[in-house]
Design a protein around this ligand. Structure first.
Ligand SMILES: Nc1ncnc2c1ncn2[C@@H]1O[C@H](COP(=O)(O)OP(=O)(O)OP(=O)(O)O)[C@@H](O)[C@H]1O
Ligand SMILES: [Mg+2]
Length: 611
């Protein structure tokens, strides 16, 4: 119970208006139902001719009688009047007409009650999805190496649906069914408190038995949703790795893995669904049992002739009591749905409440870049082992430095640290003496442009992919950037030019074309600091020339960090840093470094002497 109230408190406030409307119409529905069923009493009395009393009209202003007595008496008076003047058949027809009209009103308000619950349902779901999405955008990159993408997708789809169901169920549980039950019970008490007292003893026993079934449902749901997330992760991997899977003839391996997972998921779902289905026959049985008991008890009272209740009223009483069964059943069903919803909410909260370790400082300092970038005694590890150790590095504004070294020596990591994709554990990184942890992330990142080996493009047009990250770019600026990046020509050769869609992740382009688009993007952003991480390594000599030309254009008058395996591309750097096992082991300009005859010389020689 605490769980749902917490969820409702978090997500309902924007929808108070609808909640109020639903609440009101639910009350109206219950009251109208009580009145529409009340027409049964005179109908039965007419049919069985049990009402032989004579009535006289009591003035509505007369205060000697209670309102209920006045109403009952006057209705009876009116019905006997009808019978006397037009006959029993006509009276029946009139009563039936009243029943129809009342039912029409009742179903109308019931419809409105559910009508206003719909915006709550869709709204809450929309809010949760948006919150997850926005949270994903703010979480540090490190978060996603631990969480699998498919699982996150499963949370956005499956778990949010579960929460939707459970929130709706709990709204029913809090704002509908209890009202109905309360109003029906009140009516029953007015009709006969003795019988109702008896009912009140029987009902809770039934509720207790129902409650026992739902205990372990939450845990099983949690496990099942986890399994579902795992399956979604596999699908995501299949989609993104299709090329490799086919090339390695691994279809059956992947297929088996998925089948195993979905078999387990099916078993879990069976267990949950069966337990849930148990609720239905059980409540049916228990409901009929209670009715039978009440029928027996009330019937004996009537047969005993002690005047507690007359036969027609007893039938009415039973129909009202029967109306309780449904909301009571729904109440127990809600309890199950809520359990599943709580399990899903827990999974969603793993994202929503994940701690964001990389965020803006409380008192951000202004960021200026006039002089230099400085890595001072920097230590960093992803988990246990140091990946960057004791790095000292100074990059003067406008200069180009190169990072070289074996694969896995920490070059990319060292560059990533500048954008605060990860936070370092020891030491500091400074721009003009200001620690990058003390400035706003947005200020920091707007200084830096990236071109990576793997160009990250979106399923959109050339135009939007280049304009990405720059909110107000004119068409001519975009074309200019594309021209500098040597991309203009091949873009114009496509069917719709700049407005051609480039496919998922740029799948319709060649590797070199993709890279030139991402260079055009960087040119348009015009960052002060440029990081080129293996920007040309995937290319053949022809396209490398085009891309290298594009890069040279981009690097003019800019502070640049170049990471390259092919040492020929970085020969002209102002300073070359050689990395090994996360440390900088040698540095200097190409000629003097080569002359040292150390590790750098070896690297150069392996690639065919660059002298
Ligand atoms: N997200 C990560 N989580 C854990 N360890 C990582 C992660 N990324 C990289 N590493 C590890 O950190 C080390 C340095 O990786 P990095 O990518 O910086 O190397 P690199 O010098 O850029 O290599 P390459 O030349 O192959 O690109 C490697 O040992 C790698 O296994
Ligand atoms: Mg790398």
């Amino acid at each position: 119970m605490k769980g749902i109230i917490y969820i409702l408190k978090r997500f309902l406030p924007p929808y108070k208006k609808y909640l109020f409307l639903t609440f009101t119409f639910n009350i109206l529905t219950a009251v109208l139902n009580v009145f529409s069923l009340a027409t049964i009493i005179p109908i039965l009395q007419v049919l069985f001719k049990v009402n032989t009393k004579t009535y006289s009209f009591i003035s509505w202003r007369n205060t000697d009688y209670s309102l209920i007595d006045t109403v009952l008496n006057n209705v009876n008076w009116y019905v006997t009047q009808l019978i006397d003047s037009y006959g029993g058949g006509f009276a029946l027809m009139m009563l039936a007409a009243v029943l129809v009209v009342m039912t029409l009103l009742k179903t109308g308000t019931a419809y409105l009650g559910s009508y206003f619950i719909i915006p709550i349902r869709t709204g809450v779901v929309k809010d949760i999805r948006n919150q997850i999405n926005d949270k994903l955008l703010t979480l540090p990159i490190g978060f996603f190496t631990e969480e699998r993408k498919g699982d996150i997708l499963a949370r956005i789809s499956g778990d949010v649906n579960e929460v939707e169901n459970s929130v709706m169920s709990s709204l029913d549980m809090l704002f509908k069914n209890p009202i109905l039950i309360f109003i029906y019970l009140t009516t029953m008490t007015i009709l006969s408190w003795q019988l109702t007292l008896f009912v009140l003893v029987v009902l809770p026993v039934m509720g207790f038995i129902m409650g026992r079934v739902g205990r372990s449902l939450k845990r099983s749901s949690f496990e099942a949703q986890n399994k579902w997330g795992e399956l979604m992760s596999q699908v995501e991997e299949t989609l993104s790795g299709l090329r490799v899977i086919k090339a390695f003839n691994a279809e059956s391996k992947i297929s088996n893995r998925f089948h195993r997972g979905s078999y387990i998921f099916r078993k879990m779902s069976n267990r949950i669904a069966r337990r849930q289905q148990l609720a239905h026959p059980m409540s049916e049985l228990l409901g009929t049992l209670t009715i039978a008991i009440v029928l027996w008890f009330g019937g004996s009272l009537i047969l005993g002739g002690n005047g507690v209740i007359d036969a027609a009223t007893f039938i009415y009483y039973l129909t009202i009591f029967y109306s309780i069964i449904n909301p009571a059943k729904e109440l127990s069903r809600s309890a199950y749905a809520v359990q599943r919803g709580l399990a899903s909410m827990e999974r969603i909260d793993k994202i929503l409440q994940a701690e964001n370790s990389i965020s803006d400082p409380l008192h951000p300092q202004p960021l200026h870049f006039q002089e230099k970038i400085e890595y001072d005694n920097v230590w960093f590890s992803y988990d246990t082992d140091w990946v960057i150790q004791d790095v000292h590095l100074t990059i003067k504004k406008g200069k180009t430095i190169a990072l070289v070294g074996q694969s896995g020596s920490g070059k990319s990591t060292l560059a990533d640290l500048l954008s605060r994709f990860y936070d370092i554990q020891k030491g500091g990184i400074y721009i003009d003496g200001t620690n990058i942890k003390d400035v706003r992330l947005q200020d920091l990142r707007s200084l830096i442009g990236y071109v990576n080996q793997e160009a990250i493009l979106f399923n959109d047009t050339f135009y939007n992919n280049i304009a990405f990250g720059v909110s107000q770019a004119t068409e001519s600026q975009i074309m200019e950037a594309a021209k500098i990046a040597n991309a203009h020509e091949f873009i114009m050769a496509t069917e719709k030019g700049y407005h051609t869609n480039i496919g998922d992740r740029g799948g319709k382009l060649s590797g070199g074309q993709r890279q030139r688009i991402s260079i055009a993007r960087a040119i348009l952003k015009n960052p002060e600091i440029l990081i080129l991480d293996e920007a040309t390594s995937a290319l053949d000599t022809d396209s490398e020339k085009l891309v290298q030309e594009a890069l040279d254009n981009l690097m003019k008058n800019r502070t640049t960090i170049v990471i390259a395996h092919r040492l020929s591309t970085i020969k002209n750097a102002d300073e070359i840093y050689v990395m090994m096992g996360g440390q900088i082991v040698e540095w200097g300009q190409h000629a003097s470094l080569y002359a040292q005859g150390g590790y750098y010389t070896k690297l150069c020689d392996m690639q065919g002497n660059l002298q």
